[in-house]
Design a binder for this molecule. Sequence first.
Ligand code: GTP
Length: 415
Amino acid sequence: MGSTEEKVVAVILVGGPTKGTRFRPLSFNTPEPLFPLAGQPMVHHPISACKRIPNLVQIFLIGFYEEREFALYVSSISNELKVPVRYLKEDKPHGSAGGLYYFRDEIMEESPSHIFLLNCDVCCNFPLPNMLDAHKRYGGIGTLLVIKVSAESANQFGELVADPTTKELLHYTEKPETFVSDLINCGVYVFTPKIFSAIQNVNLLREDRADINHVAGFQSQQLATRSPPTDFVRLDQDILSPLAGKKQLYTYETMDFWEQIKTPGMSIKCSALYLAQFRVTSPHLLASGDGKKNATVVGDVYIHPSAKVHPTAKIGPDVSVSANVRIAAGVRLMNSIILDDVEIKENAVVMNAIVGWKSSIGKWSRVQADGDYNRKLGITILGEAVTVEDEVVVINSIVLPNKMLNLSVQEEIIL
Ligand code: GTP
């Protein structure tokens, strides 16, 4: 480790239960950040990317889920990575910047010179060391990871304008109604500790507006400094927009993949992206097989070591199979996520689907969808402990937990 100035910490915003509604029915029994993509919890991917940051001393997960929901994962990942990972629970949502500010004392404990901030619900290759180098060159208080997307999709994100030469952030607007730019915010940042003053200033401004103007200069400062922002402070609208064009924020553009994981459909797409990335970063996690001793594996596939897969099954591309899954003879799986303790019986087919924990799919059944990730019923989802009986076909449907299907369904939500 170099001098104290070089220490770096990373903060991953994991949100909380109320943020996970679009992820139903899968968020009923697992917090969205722990939902497996490519066989690893969603939050595992940014965490392992943080491990590549030079002089990283600590990773914090900040959210408003119960501590016990993260306890097991946090202790096992800390041991595995040999970097302390701590879960910090907010008593209520403080917003993306408010959450960071709320835990400023813990974050600053080791006097880091730089703080990475990552949204948990994005999927990319997290080029964090490159961002840090660029950030040091720019000399601002923060650098945002940005990417070019199609002009039609840009308005779902924070659109921004950057100086093509200096890369300074000139203008930022969250989900604008009229087109501003096809350059968008990826939700991955690196800041100097000055970010805390910027967040505090939002509070000062708010307090000013709340009419404490009658208190004179120095006294007003003192008052505001003593009372931390208990309000909700959003990073995008409250910090990035007002600081744009003030030579404080800069951008680092990625040419690699980036997606936001807002829906179960996107989780299949992002699982596939991470599986493809494993070819470079963790080839040992990818399964192989040619149908002799092991099942035939096509393309990128993850199979948990405890899963039992019949050698006559054919799996892939883009499939992840979790712990204790049993896959019988002649089964075909494509572009799907199979969660823990699922049983898939002889000659069943699963395509463009998520099969929930402890579900069971009968012989010669089909659980499939057209694979249009942007459509609510574009993938089929079976919630926890769903039973699909033999020879039943489930197409483009969502089935809530604990249901038994003995008739075929198409384009339906089974409540
Ligand atoms: P929408 O598309 O508007 O839902 O949001 P977004 O994901 O683009 O942005 P948002 O600022 O809502 O969330 C960014 C990240 O911060 C996500 O990973 C959220 O889970 C997380 N987040 C949002 N609000 C809070 C909060 O109050 N506390 C914590 N700890 N995390 C939050």
